[in-house]
Write a protein that binds this ligand. Structure first.
Ligand code: SF4
Ligand code: MG
Length: 331
């Protein structure tokens, strides 16, 4: 099967202005050589702490930001250098769902107009046909006719995310980049929205890049998972394998951080030693070494390449074979 999306060695840096105490302008490497591909109908979970470059990766693919270098191929076609006219039909096929549904919905527009707007812009429907299509989309996400004339503030967070999903679906995309679509919602609502995303994936044959900062959110929806740390992918594998036998200490630490369902066990855990280092001045060698319980001398000196540790399970760690020692029991 040909991949729907291929990302090759994507890079993006930002210039950081000096702080109030002065100093030089510096470069922040937000995305530092990211590569992966997505098969049609697949869900790839992209996970890491905030600031690791997940959202930037999504925006580079969507061309909401310009990459410094690298390639993005959609249906085999390099899209980063496409002129706007040729990008337009491809942009229709790639839609993004955002973390905060409220700020991405125009507060002065009625829900019917919000969902219908992309259909109008792309000339896909008008008049009665438009109304019928909007209604069909709202029903697909569990809303209905009674909601057509209402404004975003009249809805709960979960409902607003449903509206955002309906709007993304309107143009019949093939790829959806969901950037932390449930992070702002209550736990009980999160599962409903993830279930909805799963249902519509099946119904419309969608492919997902599902961005999250928490491995538990994407466990059941992901076919494969990529873990990012300071701008780089440090582990990428089949989901079931990654949860069962992680090969990178950072992934193991994230798995240990997954909340335990029994509330009596929900005490704060010491998850990771130290703070997330600054991407402006990342540590030498393996970026994870200041926080890593497995770190040794070589980790300070040499960055471990992302390589196949067997069966297509990629990890960037000199001691990936030892990972698992600090795994907490999840049951
Ligand atoms: Fe830890 Fe070393 Fe592996 Fe980096 S390379 S994750 S510091 S053991
Ligand atoms: Mg983000």
């Amino acid at each position: 099967m040909e991949p729907l999306l291929e990302v090759h060695d994507l890079h993006k840096s930002f210039t950081v202005s000096p702080g109030p105490l002065g100093g030089a302008r510096r470069r922040l490497r937000a995305v530092d050589g990211v590569s992966f591909s997505l098969l049609p109908g697949e869900t790839l979970g992209l996970v890491g702490e905030s600031g690791c470059g997940k959202s930037t990766t999504g925006k580079l693919i969507m061309r909401l930001l310009d990459a410094d270098s690298g390639q993005v191929l959609f249906r085999g076609k390099q899209i980063l250098s496409l002129p706007p006219g040729q990008m337009r039909p491809i942009r229709r096929e790639m839609q993004m769902i955002f973390q905060d549904p409220y700020s991405s919905l125009n507060p002065r527009m009625r829900v019917g107009d919000i969902v219908g707007e992309p259909l109008k812009i792309h000339g896909l429907a008008r008049g009665e046909e438009l109304r019928a299509e909007v209604l069909r989309l709202l029903e697909t996400v569990g809303l209905g006719e009674a909601h057509l004339g209402r404004y975003p503030h009249e809805f709960s967070g979960g409902q607003r995310q449903r509206i955002g999903i309906a709007r993304a679906l309107a143009v019949r995309p093939s790829l959806i980049i969901a950037d932390e679509p449930v992070s702002a919602l209550d736990l009980s609502i999160q599962a409903q929205v993830v279930n909805l995303l799963q249902d519509i994936q099946e119904q419309f044959g969608l492919t997902y890049l599902f961005i999250a900062h928490d491995l538990s959110v994407i466990e059941h929806i992901s076919d494969r998972v990529a873990v990012m740390y300071l701008g780089r992918i440090v582990e990428l594998s089949e989901a079931e394998e990654l949860y069962r036998a992680p090969r990178h200490p950072y992934t193991e630490a994230l798995l240990n951080a997954v909340p335990v369902p029994d509330p009596s066990l929900r005490r704060p855990r010491k998850l990771l030693g130290g703070e997330v280092p600054s991407p402006i001045n990342p540590p030498t060698g393996c970026h994870f070494h200041p926080r890593c319980p497995y770190a040794r001398e070589i980790c300070r000196e040499a960055y471990p390449p992302l390589e196949d540790k067997g069966g297509g399970h990629l990890a960037a760690c000199h001691f990936s074979g030892e990972v698992g020692k600090f795994r907490k029991d999840r049951s």
